[in-house]
Design a protein around this ligand. Sequence first.
Ligand SMILES: Nc1nc2c(ncn2[C@@H]2O[C@H](COP(=O)(O)OP(=O)(O)OP(=O)(O)O)[C@@H](O)[C@H]2O)c(=O)[nH]1
Ligand SMILES: [Mg+2]
Ligand SMILES: [Zn+2]
Length: 396
Amino acid sequence: MTTPIEKMHKGARKQRLRNARQKTGNKKTIKKPRRKNWILDSSDVWDDDNFQTNERILPRGEHERRRNIEELAFSETPTQPEPALAMDADSTSTGLVVEVSSGLCRVEIDDDILVCSLRGNLKKQETGYSNLVAVGDLVTITREDNEKGVVESVLPRRSVLARSHGSVLSLRQIIVANVDQALIVTSWREPHIWPELIDRYLIAAQRNNLEAIICINKIDLIEDQETFDTIVQAYAKLGYKFLLTSTITGEGIDELRTIFSESTTVLAGLSGVGKSSLLTAVQPNLDLRTGSVAERGLFRGQGKHTTTQSSLWKLENGGIVIDTPGIRDFGIAGISQIELASWYPEMVALSGKCRYRDCTHINELDCAIKSAIETGKISQLRYKNYAAIRESLPAS
Ligand SMILES: Nc1nc2c(ncn2[C@@H]2O[C@H](COP(=O)(O)OP(=O)(O)OP(=O)(O)O)[C@@H](O)[C@H]2O)c(=O)[nH]1
Ligand SMILES: [Mg+2]
Ligand SMILES: [Zn+2]
C-alpha cells in the first residue's frame, strides 16, 4: 500500500524536504556523484534533495539527521495533493550549465543537476553562434521534475570563448562562456611542446580579455634543461604569467590550486597535455577521465581525445574550472596578417621604427624587428611563431 507521502508529487516532496531542512537550519548535503551516463534510469534515482532511496553507508549521525528532517517535512500530510511545480514563467529559476551534449545540457541548480532541453523559441533566435547554450552559461529554466527541465533563456554573457564554425564562416561556435582566465596548458613532452600554439592561445586570451597563464606540464620529463630554459625565458621576460607543473612529482599543484581558487578558469590545450590530470591533482575526488596515450593504442605524442565534452567543476577550495577536450584553435579567426604584430607586445614597442610603414617584418630592409632579433631583444622563438601564424592568416 502506498502512503500519502509516497503518492505526493516528487516536486512537492522535494519542496517539503527543503522547507524542513531550512527550519532545522541544517544545510549540509552529501554531494551527488556526477553521472557519466545521461540516460535517466529510474533504478538509479536519487530521492528528493540528495536523499537516496537505497540505504547505504552514511557518515555518523547522517541517518538521524535525515530522519528528523523527513519527520518534520511530512508531519502534516496534505489533504489535497500539492500541485505539480508550476510551468508558468514565474516558476523559472537560474542555473549554471555544467555540460552540453547534442541538444541537451546539464544545469546545476540548488545543488541538483537537471538534464534540460531547450525551449523551441530559443532555437529560433539569431545569435551569430552555431550553438545556443555553452558550458558556463547562466540560464533560466523551468523544472519538469527532479531530474529534467527546460531552458527558457540564456542570461547575458560577460565573456565568450569561440572559434570559427568550420564550413559556415559567418557563424562561430561558443566553446565556453563567462570565464575570467585561461590556463594555457602545454606539456614539455608527450606531446612535444609547441610554442606556436602557446602564442595562438595567448592571442586568443588577450582578444577575449581573459587573464592568461602559461602552464608547462610534465616537467618530470625534462631531458634538456637548456632548451627548456630558453623557451621559458622567451615568455617570462615579456611578463607573461608562468607555471611549471608535474602531476607525477606534484610540483606546481599547490600554486595551481591557488590560481584556480579566485576565478573562473578554462583549461586550454592539446589533447594529452594533462588538463584533466592537473584538475584531478588539484582535487582528487573529481570524476574526470584521464587517458594515457598507451591506453589509446596510439603513437607517442599523438592524441585522441580522452575528454570529449567540456565540463564545469566547482572546486572545494573555491573557484570554477572548465575542463575542455583538446582545442586546437580558438579566438584567432578574423585576425589579418597586418593586425598580427599588434598582438606581440615586443613588436608593438618597436612600431614605427621600421623603414617602411607597412613593414611585414618578413623580408624588408631596415626592419627594426629583425634588428631586435639579432641583438637578442626579441626572441627567435617568438619571431618564428609570428612568421608561422602570419602564414596561416588572410592578407586582409
Ligand atoms: N609524465 C607525466 N605524465 C603526465 C603528467 N600529467 C598527465 N600525464 C599523463 O598524460 C596523459 C594524458 O593526460 P590527460 O589528463 O588525460 O590529458 P588531457 O589534456 O586531459 O587530454 P584530453 O582530455 O584528450 O584533451 C595521461 O596518461 C596522464 O597520466 C605529468 O605531469 N607527467
Ligand atoms: Mg581531458
Ligand atoms: Zn619591420
